[in-house]
Design a protein around this ligand. Structure first.
Ligand SMILES: NC(=O)c1ccc[n+]([C@@H]2O[C@H](COP(=O)([O-])OP(=O)(O)OC[C@H]3O[C@@H](n4cnc5c(N)ncnc54)[C@H](OP(=O)(O)O)[C@@H]3O)[C@@H](O)[C@H]2O)c1
Length: 152
């Protein structure tokens, strides 16, 4: 089914009051442009895989410029991410875990990360880290982890 038609079907649910907001998941900027150009109900949020290896910067800017909230799924589980020395270094200086630094990196850019965990201590520390904001220098160090070849 073409994306424009799928969105139109979702709009029907919205107009019937069966959905309070609509969102799109794992979309590119081009796909989002299609939704915005053909639809009448704007997406309230967009959920994509996002972490320092794959920061999705263009998509995040595109969404934020249009008032669309970005949600980062799979923020911690990219192989090797939590072992990155730069994350450990920032974590140590701030009394966070490397996972907490990734959460704070998202929050600093106005993105909502949704890490999952089976450990209550991780859930608590991840939530606390969402209240942290990193400095420009720390953000620049994490930006250097971007890997355009990243694939899961
Ligand atoms: N929309 C989509 O297409 C899509 C795709 C994938 C995932 N998702 C959603 O994204 C969310 C998260 O995805 P995910 O579970 O795949 O990946 P994730 O949150 O990136 O990673 C989960 C892993 O991180 C570990 N972890 C969590 N907090 C930690 C901490 N403070 N320190 C060290 N390790 C920590 C967890 O281990 P412990 O259990 O040991 O804490 C677990 O192994 C879920 O809600 C999922 O449904 C959406």
């Amino acid at each position: 089914m073409p994306l424009a038609r799928a969105w139109e079907n979702l709009e029907t649910l919205y107009e019937q009051g069966l959905a309070h907001t609509l969102g799109a998941c794992n979309v590119s900027t081009a796909q989002l442009e299609t939704v915005l150009a053909t639809g009448t109900v704007r997406p309230a949020l967009v959920q994509v895989e996002r972490h320092p290896y794959q920061p999705q910067s263009d998509l995040v800017t595109f969404c934020h410029d249009r008032g669309i909230r970005v949600v980062a799924h799979s923020p911690l589980s990219a192989p090797g991410l939590l072992d990155e020395p730069v994350l450990s270094d920032i974590a140590q200086s701030r009394g966070l875990s490397p996972a907490g630094v990734v959460v704070a990196w998202n929050a600093t850019q106005g993105v909502v990360p949704i890490p999952s965990s089976t450990k209550s201590a991780h859930v608590v520390s991840n939530l606390a880290a969402a209240g942290e904001r990193l400095s420009e220098a720390e953000m620049a160090r994490i930006d250097a982890l971007r890997d355009p070849t990243f694939e899961r």
